[in-house]
Design a protein around this ligand. Structure first.
Ligand code: APR
Length: 180
């Protein structure tokens, strides 16, 4: 575990499976259809059960899908966390398509939604660095910067922010970003 205290809030890195987190909300690296997929999306739907997909379908029926950089919220179903915040990271297309801003927005909008629900703790995966191909070091820097920016706010319900990283390589990249 690596962690950093900032303005009374704590950012922590840990290795593991995000579906096992006991926090108010875990964040899903979803796709715009909100209908599930592989990777962390697949793991969350598998562990959380059909209730989560049902709520995603209701959101889709109401507002269409979830554009990259935006976030929606459902219950946690069978998960230990009360909520799942589904956000959509950018697909890496070489960096000229505003991917960095879209990735930062995915973190910012997930935090804003958690705050709207007065949540105190949230766990993020490494958004976009799997199937979406975002270069890991750049993504980690953007993620840590966006979360540090949140921690510097004077008000806000969130007290603990976790990054739950699935492999050592990803963990090391986030540790490097946290320490820089
Ligand atoms: N817990 C934590 N992290 C996980 C887990 C898990 N259970 N499973 C995978 N990961 C990690 C991956 O190793 C990677 O580091 O999450 C990170 C993000 O990888 P993806 O899940 O592939 O997400 P992303 O790159 O954002 O691609 C999203 O993939 O699964 C589909 O439906 C999803 O279309 C969307 C796309």
């Amino acid at each position: 575990m690596s962690s950093l205290e900032l303005n009374g809030r704590k950012i922590s890195l840990k290795r593991g499976d995000i579906t096992r987190e006991e926090v108010d909300a875990i964040v899903n690296a979803a796709n715009s259809s909100l209908l599930g997929g592989g990777g962390v999306d697949g793991a969350i739907h598998k562990a959380g059960g059909p209730e989560i997909l049902q709520q995603c379908k209701e959101i889709k029926a109401r507002q269409g899908g979830c554009p990259p950089g935006q976030a929606v919220i459902t219950s946690g179903g069978k998960l230990k966390s009360a909520y799942v915040i589904h956000t959509v990271g950018p697909i890496w297309r070489g960096g000229s398509g505003n991917e960095a801003e879209t990735l930062a927005s995915a973190y910012r909008n997930s935090l804003a939604l958690a705050e709207e629900f007065d949540l105190k703790s949230i766990s993020f995966p490494s958004i976009s660095t799997g199937a979406y191909g975002y270069p890991l070091e750049q993504a980690a820097e953007i993620a840590i910067k966006a979360v540090k920016e949140y921690c510097r706010k004077e008000s806000g319900s969130i007290e603990a922010i976790y990054f739950v990283l699935f492999d050592q390589f990803t963990f090391d990249a986030y540790k490097q970003a946290l320490q820089s």
